[in-house]
Ligand binder design. Structure first.
Ligand code: GN1
Ligand code: MG
Length: 368
């Protein structure tokens, strides 16, 4: 079922009250974040104590198998919790808890859609922009740590909720299909971006070939390593929790690193209209490299380390392809808030790829 309109206030309040939360609901309001789900934060009064919760109405057009998504999240959380053996934290990191429904299920289905609820981790904050190299280092260390913890999780336990999600050749195919179909006749007005995508099509196959030949391993990855998917401790500034496990699936390690660079080291917003502002901050980039190498704790092979700068370019190109594809297809996947929003996003990604190509020497990772 496609749901493009936000839930009504009545639907929202009814849904959140079906979760097993003590006390009475005081307030619930939208939190504008992410391109896929609708997110809300609620405040409850439990005998004078105020507590907050995070709710999401999941997008079941994108994630057509919600039980599989929830299975993956529960499997990963259980794996991390087992490693904690009763402690509240592991290496200073916490696990985000799902709040069950009153029927003790991990998610709820109402006429307005499928819902899930998380505990809000107090004293933490998420950031849309990276302000310091320390933040970049911490975010990369956290995602590296997360990946290292999942190295001994049997990949067979995870379902591939979005088939070939990380495969650039697959994204290229989707782009070529959308271009051939061009349902809204948008292609003509974005030939510059189309050509940009086409002239780099060979890079799309590099990682898939290395995976097929076994030169780099398949690893379970987070899959959406935006800075705002890390919760930072308000007091120490240290990374405390990794959130958004929707795309946690078998992939290649450097997808996570590439996506980190794409978002966290970016000198502009993902949808900036002034392309002169677009680029990669090299100080933040170096902090990301250091944090990611520390977080993965020597688990990466020499080939993987060498590929880090290439991965940054590849993932940025791939996300650019996805935005451009969605623009051509009529904005059916990513939420848009203005005309041409997906095209703007694609332009930013491609401009960033160009900058990274120019800086390839500077971005190389020294193996020592
Ligand atoms: C989507 O909605 P959000 O921000 O969690 C997308 C990611 C993209 C990202 C680009 C399931 O993530 O793959 O990298 O937008 N998630 C899905 O900003 O497609
Ligand atoms: Mg996400």
């Amino acid at each position: 079922m496609t749901r493009t309109t936000p839930p009504s206030d009545t639907e929202l309040r009814a849904a959140v009250q079906r979760f097993l939360i003590p006390g009475t609901l005081d307030d619930v309001r939208p939190l504008r974040r992410g391109h896929i789900h609708d997110t809300f934060v609620s405040t409850w009064n439990d005998g004078g104590v105020a507590r907050r919760y995070l709710h999401q109405r999941m997008n079941d057009k994108v994630f057509q198998d919600i039980p599989a998504v929830m299975h993956n999240i529960e499997t990963v959380s259980r794996h991390l919790r087992r490693k904690m053996s009763g402690a509240r934290t592991l290496d200073g990191f916490q696990v985000l808890d799902l709040v069950p429904t009153r029927e003790k299920r991990s998610y709820l289905v109402t006429d307005a859609g499928p819902w899930r609820t998380y505990n809000f981790i107090e004293d933490t904050e998420s950031r849309d922009h990276c302000q310091t190299p320390e933040q970049a280092y911490e975010a990369a260390r956290a995602f590296g740590w997360f990946q290292a913890q999942l190295a001994d999780l049997d990949a067979e336990w995870l379902r591939e909720t979005l088939p070939r999600f990380f495969s650039t050749p697959h994204r290229l195919q989707q782009f070529e299909d959308a271009l051939a179909e061009d349902p809204l006749n948008r292609a003509e007005a974005c030939m510059r971006e189309v050509r940009f995508a086409q002239t780099r099509r060979e890079t799309a196959f590099v990682v898939d070939r290395l995976l097929q030949s076994g030169e780099i391993p398949v690893r379970t990855v987070h899959g959406d390593t935006k800075l705002n998917n890390v919760l930072f401790c308000c007091r120490s500034g240290r990374a405390r929790c990794i959130v958004d496990l929707d795309t946690c699936m078998p992939g290649y390690a450097l997808y996570d690193f590439g996506d980190l660079v794409r978002f966290t080291a970016a000198t502009s917003d993902e949808d900036e209209r002034d392309l002169g502002r677009v680029g990669t901050d090299m100080t933040l980039y170096r902090a990301l490299v250091a944090g990611y190498l520390d977080g993965t704790r020597g688990a990466l092979s020499r080939t993987e380390v060498e590929l880090m700068p290439f991965a940054a370019r590849l993932v940025t190109y791939t996300i650019g392809l996805r935005f451009l594809t969605d623009h051509l297809a009529g904005d059916v996947y990513f939420k848009v808030h203005r005309d041409g929003h997906n095209l703007d996003r694609a332009r930013v990604q491609f401009a960033m790829v160009e900058r990274m190509e120019e800086m390839a020497d500077e971005m190389a990772v020294k193996i020592g």
